[in-house]
Design a protein around this ligand. Structure first.
Ligand SMILES: Cc1ncc(C[n+]2csc(CCOP(=O)(O)OP(=O)(O)O)c2C)c(N)n1
Length: 297
């Protein structure tokens, strides 16, 4: 049985979702899907009772990467595409903290694309929320790796030349141990997935489809809502091949499968490091800071 995240037991608090919201002024446009992601996250934090003192939200650069500003937590607004590696350092140094990464499809899969397979295969214990609006929002409407080919953008005025990347297939392929998807406007499902992802020990990837009313006029809230279809109750979340087949079948029909698509259990990188340090170094209580101190000349 996969032991739950250590923080979840030790530091529970009773707060309402509004208590997790800072009073930072939002710069997101009216009607932006990112608001749904934020509401879903705040709700899941309250449901679990996460202590903000043990929560770190990490992001790169983009409209989506502003999310940590609004979350009552420690936070790191890092470089474009580099949230994953920074969050990895946080998680390995302090495995007792809950680490939530948020960012856009450009941040995660263009400039940051090289990091994604490694977060998944190393099974870093964190939640990665992709706020996928199929476009670069902050820089005003360039095409992203998830832009649909038919979309005309400032960099593809006649439509795209490339097939879009599917973040879900990508994550299933590279070994993420928790993979879920929802329309950001379906706050109930989004918050449920984030909650389960936070309780999951390992790399939890959640793709939240988020409309950009300013720079993407084809993937509107209504279009996402109409295309999303929750996987049936009988869906076997432990079967990787079934998860891939479900995604492929849906794609052929222009549907987007939502809900928990895949979940498995395997040691996390910090657990493997703790085991190694105990076995090889003879340290009973693994603490990276102590190890670093010991290694100092
Ligand atoms: C090294 C570097 N290259 C390019 C940029 C410019 N830039 C800032 S955000 C961004 C993409 C934003 O799109 P996305 O990550 O999808 O997030 P969104 O704004 O749509 O939420 C780009 C290209 C940058 N800040 N740093």
């Amino acid at each position: 049985m996969n032991a739950p995240h250590p923080q979840m037991h030790l530091h529970k608090v009773e707060l309402k979702s509004k208590d997790y919201k800072t009073d930072a002024t939002s710069f997101w446009c009216a009607g932006c899907g990112h608001y749904g992601v934020l509401t879903g996250l705040l709700r899941s934090l309250a449901e679990i009772g996460v202590d903000p003192n043990y929560l770190v939200s990490v992001s790169g650069i983009g409209c989506s990467s502003r999310l940590p500003y609004f979350v009552n937590s420690y936070k790191m607004h890092t470089l474009h595409g580099r949230a994953g590696p920074v969050a990895t350092g946080v998680q390995l140094a302090r495995p007792d903290l809950s680490v939530v990464v948020s960012g856009g499809d450009g941040d995660g899969f263009s400039i940051g694309g090289g990091h994604m397979p490694h977060l998944a295969r190393k099974n870093i214990n964190m939640v990665y929320i992709l706020m996928d609006n199929h476009v670069y929002g902050l820089t005003k409407g360039q095409c992203s790796p998830t832009s649909r080919q038919v979309m005309k953008t400032t960099t593809t005025p006649y439509g795209g030349l490339e097939e879009p990347l599917d973040p879900i297939m990508y994550m299933l392929t590279y070994g993420a141990t928790f993979v879920g998807q929802a329309f950001a406007g379906n706050v109930k499902l989004a918050s449920q997935l984030i909650k389960e992802g936070m309780e999951h020990k390992g790399f939890a990837f959640i793709n939240l489809l988020s409309q950009c009313p300013s720079f993407n006029d084809i993937d509107t809230a209504q279009a996402f809502k109409d295309a999303c279809e929750q996987v049936p109750d009988g869906h076997d979340t432990s079967d990787l091949v079934a998860a891939m087949a479900t995604v492929n079948a849906a794609k052929k029909e222009g549907r987007i499968p939502t809900g928990l698509l895949y979940k498995t259990e395997r040691p996390t990188l910090d657990e493997r490091m703790a085991e190694l340090v105990t076995r090889v170094g003879g340290h009973k209580d693994y603490d990276l800071r102590k190890i670093i101190d010991l290694a100092r000349p």
